[in-house]
Design a protein around this ligand. Structure first.
Ligand SMILES: Cc1cc2nc3c(=O)[nH]c(=O)nc-3n(C[C@H](O)[C@H](O)[C@H](O)COP(=O)(O)O)c2cc1C
Length: 250
């Protein structure tokens, strides 16, 4: 079924703005999820796959887990830089070069549109004041938006704030809707979600590599978060967020 919305963004905005987190407490007390469903009927004998190779990457993948307790010890600027570079840094040119075209970042992007903006709330990062920053991945630098008192006030934004209260960075992957949707229309919304997933996974795997913990978070109040970031809800949305810090249990 199609809802008549023939412009580039009405359809996705209708969905995006109406998908704030549900208060569905019952779901959290119900039985655990079924994790395996009936298999499709085979039309031949199964082919048992060989044991997967152990590689540096396979070990990072196996080492990734959701960390829900952080120690609060300071994070080095080097570590933050590495994690953010993996998320959305420039990989094909020298960041000091003023001629940055054509761009290639650390993640695939539909049509090379790179519609994400990376905002970071920091707390106890060496060499930086606590605050809200914009990550300028093309030039490898942080632009201060405002100083803040740690993560104060963010408990009203992130549903699982208690888990990340002692993390060092809350990375918010925000989309500039127009940037991708002027080319791809409503489908561009899907592309931006997928791009955010690529960036988030790079954050998680790089965190494992640096002995850091990460927690991806989809549970946040969009309207409250956009107020903190001072973004217009009709033009931008946070698609995903990831906390990074030193895990309490190592
Ligand atoms: C899209 C998405 C949103 C998530 N949102 C949250 C969240 O808001 N808070 C949280 O504590 N965990 C969140 N998680 C983490 C999952 O609960 C976790 O990945 C899952 O239980 C599997 O555990 P693992 O990550 O340790 O393998 C989210 C995961 C995904 C993929």
């Amino acid at each position: 079924m199609m809802i008549p919305a023939n412009d580039q963004s009405s359809l996705s905005l209708l969905y995006h703005l109406n998908s704030e987190p549900w208060r569905n407490d019952q779901a959290y007390t119900a039985e655990p999820y079924v994790q395996e469903f009936p298999l499709p009927d085979p039309s031949g004998p199964p082919i048992n796959l060989p044991k997967p190779k152990t590689t540096a990457l396979s070990q990072l993948i196996a080492g990734r887990r959701s960390v829900r307790a952080f120690s609060g010890e300071p994070l080095s600027l080097d570590a933050l830089s590495s994690v953010l570079h993996a998320a959305y840094g420039l990989v094909s040119a020298d960041p000091q070069d003023t001629n940055l075209l054509p761009l290639r970042r650390s993640v695939p992007s539909a049509g090379g549109s790179y519609a994400l903006d990376v905002y970071v709330f920091t707390q106890s990062v060496s060499g930086m004041e606590d605050g809200l920053y914009f990550y300028d991945g093309l030039r490898g630098r942080m632009l201060l938006r405002e100083t803040r008192d740690g993560f104060e006030g963010l408990d009203q934004v992130f549903y699982t704030h208690g888990f990340v209260a002692k993390a060092n960075a809350l990375v918010c992957l925000a989309a500039r809707f127009e940037h991708c949707q002027s080319k791809y229309g409503p489908r561009g919304y899907r592309y931006m979600l997928l791009e955010a997933g690529h960036a988030a996974q790079n954050i998680c795997l790089t965190s494992v590599d640096l002995a850091l913990g990460s927690l991806v978070m989809g549970g946040y109040v969009d309207s409250a978060l956009l107020r903190e970031l001072k973004l217009d809800p009709l033009k931008a949305g946070v698609l995903y967020s990831v906390a990074i810090g030193h895990p309490q249990d190592r």
